[in-house]
Design a protein around this ligand. Sequence first.
Ligand code: HEM
Length: 226
Amino acid sequence: MILKRLVTSSIGRKTIVAVTGTLLVLFVIVHMLGNWNMFLGPDAMNSYAANLQSLGGLLWLARIGLIVAFVLHIFFAIQLNIENKMARPIPYKKKDYVKATLTSRTMALSGLLILSFVIYHLLHYTLGIVQPETFKANLTDSQGRPDVYMMVIYGFKNPLISISYIIAMFFLAMHLDHAVQSVFQTLGLTTKNIFPKLIRFSRGLAIFIFIGYTLIPLSILLGIIK
Ligand code: HEM
């Protein structure tokens, strides 16, 4: 019954988008921190990747949770977006202090670009279809582990790949710029007074994630990580 009300009411669906979005943002932060092992060298990165793989069933549980969150997030976000477009003549009653920013108006576009990026990224570093010759399964380090470090280096040595990742990170930052404050609003955790602070926090987090991720392809392109 609760589940039925959750998926049929507008606020229920907004809550699903907010909660799944929060899980995805947490994943994005944890994944970025994990990827920073690239700055510590091959041993750190390859042990990190090997430790993750050794989680076995737990890793699959996390992957399934991530896929479910991703699918629910996209499905309900698109549905709400279509509904909002159809109901546009009716103005918002309460949130009159919310100005439509560029990032809020382009959430569907940035979201779909992130989806395309994730598909490309999985084909690249998880399935090895983009660059099969330098895929981790075909590269091993001195300890016989999959050489994820060298796989990432080979990938980002290609300027086209690096630039496409950096552009994707820009769209991710655009999406997060509005998404984080939107989660607080949906869950009723904001007031008119703290709203400006929330906007700054969302932007700060989006910029932090953009810089945190783009440092990796940039450092490889500039030869700082070899
Ligand atoms: C510079 C940016 C990034 C780098 C260097 C990077 C690196 C990697 C690597 C090396 C893997 C494969 C790990 C392994 O199987 O050992 C991976 C998997 C993955 N990445 Fe990224 N990533 C980046 C950005 C992102 C972003 C922005 C997202 C999400 C929006 C993302 C989502 C994923 C997902 C969902 C997987 C699959 C995880 C799994 O198989 O369990 N990545 N990434």
